[in-house]
Design a protein around this ligand. Structure first.
Ligand SMILES: [Zn+2]
Length: 315
């Protein structure tokens, strides 16, 4: 159960949310431990008359459908900005359009260079009317470096991998290959606005394409966090091939592998099909292959991939 409460807002809080509330400052939220705090009668009365359900009727009255409400374990920036949106900016108390529901967003983001681990400011433009996200070397540049269709783009918060609290990963298909773009902004508010703006534009697109579907039915398709990411070793098709360490990303039915975890392009992509179509995954290596560590074989109609994980659990 909750261990904390905000005694001016009248809500009970878990440890994560209590930290977020403390970061708002005591002029917005006054946080106290339920067990260790000393409670005065008027403070208890605020909690009794408030309570989370009652308070959220006001603070979460107009949350746009595209907005991703955080769950425990979600990236820190998502939780922090949700709390700030509710209690500091009071974003959801009126029906007025939000910065991220206007179908248009422009501004500089720090973008990782394709072939080096350095970030440079680039000018990004989201346009719902053109149904794309573009970026330019400079605000004044005429020609976009990339024109990413909204139909193709996936947006994912990637703080751990990027070692960047406000890190965002955009992935899309270009010329038959997946391309990853890594960006961040020093402001968590700005990065969450971009995240929600792309989700909002995608939702509006889907609502036009599937007029009979409800918003709630379409929301799960706005963005995906990758199902699994991590290092595996992969060996080539011939017996002499050595195992090489690769960064793998599992995205629904597609397994991508990269030389490094922040690479712009995967070295290869494996579509994962159904058992009935000759796809299978078994522990161990085929007879003509070295077994290294926790090996497993992924069989597709075209090729058998022999992979090995650093531990039994990860296999
Ligand atoms: Zn919480």
């Amino acid at each position: 159960g909750p261990e904390w409460a905000s005694y001016n807002l009248g809500v009970f809080l878990c440890t994560t949310c209590a930290t977020g509330h403390r970061n708002l400052g005591s002029h917005i939220s006054k946080v106290k431990s339920l067990k260790l705090g000393k409670w005065e009668d008027p403070e208890v009365e605020v909690l009794e008359s408030g309570g989370n359900v009652h308070v959220s009727e006001k603070t979460e009255r107009f949350v746009p459908a595209c907005y991703r409400r955080p769950k425990p374990g979600d990236p820190h920036v998502l939780i922090e900005q949700w709390i700030r949106a509710k209690y500091e900016r009071k974003e959801f108390e009126s029906e007025s359009a939000k910065d991220y529901t206007r179908g248009e967003m422009k501004g500089h983001l720090m973008k990782k260079a394709r072939d080096e681990n350095k970030y440079y400011p680039r000018y990004f433009v989201l346009s719902e009317t053109e149904s794309c996200v573009k970026y330019f070397p400079k605000e004044s540049s005429k020609e976009a470096k990339a024109n990413i269709p909204l139909s193709d783009v996936n947006v994912c918060l990637a703080p751990a991998k990027m070692h960047q609290d406000n890190g965002l990963q955009l992935s899309y298909i270009t010329e038959g290959s997946t391309r990853h773009i890594y960006v961040y902004h020093e402001s968590g508010h700005v990065i969450i606005n971009w995240y929600m703006a792309i989700r909002s534009a995608k939702l509006n697109r889907l609502m036009v394409a599937y007029p009979s579907a409800s918003e709630a039915e379409l929301v799960p398709y706005l963005s995906t966090d990758f199902a699994l990411e991590g290092y595996l070793s992969k060996t080539g098709p011939s017996e002499q091939d050595a195992y090489r360490k690769r960064w793998f990303i599992l995205d629904h039915r597609k397994l991508m592998y990269h030389s490094g975890q922040m690479d712009a392009y995967p070295r290869g992509e494996i579509f994962l099909g159904h058992r009935d179509d000759n796809y299978s995954c078994t522990a161990g290596a085929p007879r003509n292959c070295k077994d290294q560590g926790y090996t497993f074989s992924l069989k597709t109609p075209e090729r058998t991939y022999v992979l090995s994980a650093p531990s039994s659990e990860e296999r």
